[in-house]
Design a protein. Structure first.
Length: 260
């Protein structure tokens, strides 16, 4: 092979390598760009507002161009919305019962993964005007207590504690989410409300938390899953991985949640 031929061969090989590298880079850029401009819609139990808001920011930072739209409400209300066709990509419930409703209806993409636990606590105004010190105190005449409605996970847990203790409450109001219960307490409309320990922690000095041993009779387990109708299943899986992974565990732990 002549010198001129060898030089031409080397030049052609270099050009082919450069083209291949450029193609690979372009493919990578296109894959990254494919998520740009997308919105991941996450339906989550009201008690998850603080940690999920933080995790959504983390997710957006690691997926440039992607927006996480969070919708918080009572788990039962969210199940109803998804069942009626609401466009959700991810659903995180405050109990396994409501998640099972979607699974039984064939509305999930694969099995749900558990990622946290939570227990009840009593929230009272900072001055504790009704002098609440125990779960039984909530049944005293004249005490204005607020609870979650029975179909909401915190309401189901409250009913389980009532059954286990033999204490029957007569609430002045039953709310559709745990944040609504907390709102009644912080606004002065209630002497006490049954919420989660995480809600007491998130409320800071707006309320005083009264723990009670009987709360262990009703520990809530939180599952998360991709909704079957999601058009962003890869992003949904990535968000679930964040929630169930080490970073998610730390954020949830800092918020007062337990491990599953």
């Amino acid at each position: 092979m002549s010198l001129r031929t060898r030089i031409a061969a080397v030049a052609m090989a270099a050009a082919m390598a450069a083209a291949a590298a450029g193609c690979a880079a372009s493919t990578g850029q296109n894959a990254a760009a494919s998520d740009s401009g997308k919105t991941l819609t996450v339906f989550a139990a009201a008690s998850l507002k603080a940690p999920f808001t933080k995790l959504a920011t983390t997710f957006e930072e690691s997926h440039p161009g992607t927006k996480v739209a969070l919708s918080f409400a009572g788990s039962s209300d969210l199940v109803t919305q998804i069942s009626q066709g609401a466009p959700a990509d991810v659903f995180a419930s405050a109990d396994t019962k409501n998640m099972a409703k979607l699974a039984d209806a064939g509305l999930l993409d694969g099995a749900a993964a558990t990622f946290a636990t939570n227990v009840l606590a009593i929230a009272v105004p900072p001055a504790n005007p009704a002098s609440i010190a125990s779960f039984a105190d909530l049944a005293r005449p004249g005490v204005r207590v607020v609870v979650c409605a029975g179909q909401v996970p915190c309401g189901t847990a409250t009913a389980a504690v009532e059954k286990a203790t033999g204490v029957t409450l007569k609430p002045v109001s039953e709310e559709s989410s745990v944040t609504d219960v907390l709102g009644k307490v912080t606004s002065g409309e209630a002497d006490a409300g049954i919420v989660y320990v995480t809600d007491v922690k998130a409320a800071g000095d707006k309320v005083k938390g009264i723990p009670f041993a009987e709360a262990d009779k009703a520990i809530n387990t939180y599952p998360i899953a991709t909704v079957g109708s999601s058009k962003n299943k890869e992003l949904a899986a990535a968000f679930t991985a964040l929630v169930t992974g080490a970073e998610g565990n730390k954020v949830l732990s800092d918020a007062g949640f337990g491990t599953p």
